[in-house]
Design a protein around this ligand. Structure first.
Ligand SMILES: Cc1cc2nc3c(=O)[nH]c(=O)nc-3n(C[C@H](O)[C@H](O)[C@H](O)COP(=O)(O)O)c2cc1C
Length: 362
């Protein structure tokens, strides 16, 4: 086993986000919208793998946002999805996304270890606490008030499961375990790489204390560095370093006009408005995932890519913006497209060489 792809040499790491879910990150009714079939997931993953992208990051979603297409209602479960892709790819990192309150850490430890073995050390874990009460109600439970306190214990149990070769007891607030054991351990030690996706203070502190990477959002590139500084500061209190990543949705075309017209078409004219309303209202009420003013100013970004930052334009323009994001201190970007299999090849062929020329990737 070599090191995990997220620990590779590229200054700016890149990955594919949310291909396991209907629509990807978009909420649109264009006919080429992503339906997240298994065949398309496999094709997209293999394109990204061959192009040398560092990771695939799935979204954990249990119900959709309604509207015409019941967007996101269809999504593949992420451990099993990653296991299948582990066997069908060669070098790319494979994250799994787990909702702490819905999955027991011993179950997750075994499933994650399985993928780490199948992939020869390419597994990664995205630890989220959840934000959608309707999703939790489906399981007969509700959002946990101090979700990140539970996440802390959850991760301790997972690590103990890997590092302890003999049965152990665990006596926490959320978990009380007797003679727990879980073999095999992961190949990566003491555990596979971990990330947390959060925006608010408690999530940032959890990542600062306990995760390798934090994925977060920003509103404008020129002030995006303030989030990196804040997270670094929080990590320094624990004498740790945390790699900060972000999320962008991409429309890359030969000309700027073509890209902008398509962005307007899919994320304004053809947006699935009812679902956009439901998604935005839920996020605004129950999560701290964005700057507060983002909801009023950036409806197009929510239809275009769940509120993430849009990179829209020519390959040159997109490469420049990615470099600017890197210069703000971000170690990597998770990318979404309207249709991953149709759009990844052009992006990889045209943007990656520009990033290489500029010294950001090999
Ligand atoms: C890159 C990224 C991936 C995320 N993936 C998921 C996910 O798969 N499932 C989910 O319920 N929430 C997901 N979220 C939402 C976060 O877990 C979190 O609820 C949200 O960012 C709010 O942040 P907070 O915990 O600081 O309030 C994701 C967020 C980001 C930035």
């Amino acid at each position: 086993m070599k090191h995990h792809p997220l620990k590779g040499a590229n200054r700016l790491k890149l990955g594919v986000f949310s291909a396991n879910a209907d629509g990807g990150l978009a909420i649109t009714d264009v006919p080429e919208r992503w339906t997240a079939s298994w065949a398309d997931n496999l094709t997209a993953a293999q394109i990204a793998d061959r192009a040398g992208l560092e990771f695939l990051l799935p979204i954990a979603r249990w119900r959709g946002f309604g509207g015409k297409n019941r967007v996101r209602e269809w999504s593949f479960e992420t451990f099993t999805w990653a296991a299948a892709l582990a066997a069908s790819t060669k070098q790319i990192g494979l994250f799994m996304t787990v909702h702490v309150p819905l999955v027991h850490p011993l179950y997750a430890a075994k499933a994650l270890a399985t993928v780490d073995h199948v992939s020869n050390g390419r597994a990664g874990l995205n630890i989220v606490c959840g934000w959608n009460p309707k999703e939790f109600a489906m399981f007969g439970t509700s959002l946990v008030e101090k979700g990140y306190d539970q996440a802390e214990e959850w991760l301790q149990v997972l690590e103990r499961a890997y590092t302890s070769d003999i049965p152990f007891d665990y006596d926490g607030t959320y978990y009380k375990l007797k003679e727990a054991i879980s073999r095999p351990a992961s190949l990566q030690m003491p555990r596979p790489v971990t990330m947390n996706a959060a925006f608010g203070g408690p999530g940032r502190d959890f990542a600062a204390r306990s995760c390798d990477y934090l994925f977060t959002t920003f509103s404008e590139i020129n002030e995006a560095g303030k989030h990196v500084a804040d997270i670094r500061h929080r990590a320094e209190r624990h004498r740790r370093e945390v790699g900060v990543y972000t999320v962008c949705h991409i429309v890359c075309r030969e000309t700027q006009t073509e890209a902008e017209e398509y962005y307007h078409r899919y994320a304004v004219e053809m947006a699935d408005q009812e679902a956009v309303d439901t998604h935005m209202a839920g996020k605004k009420e129950f999560s701290q995932s964005h700057d507060r003013e983002a909801y009023d100013r950036y409806r197009q970004r929510f239809a275009g890519g769940a509120g993430s930052y849009p990179l829209v334009g020519t390959p040159e323009h997109i490469a420049e913006q990615m470099i600017a994001i890197s210069q703000q201190g971000y170690a990597g970007i998770a990318l979404s497209f309207v249709n991953y299999t149709q759009e990844l090849p052009f992006f990889c062929d045209r943007v990656l060489p520009l990033l290489a020329q500029a010294g950001y990737r090999q």
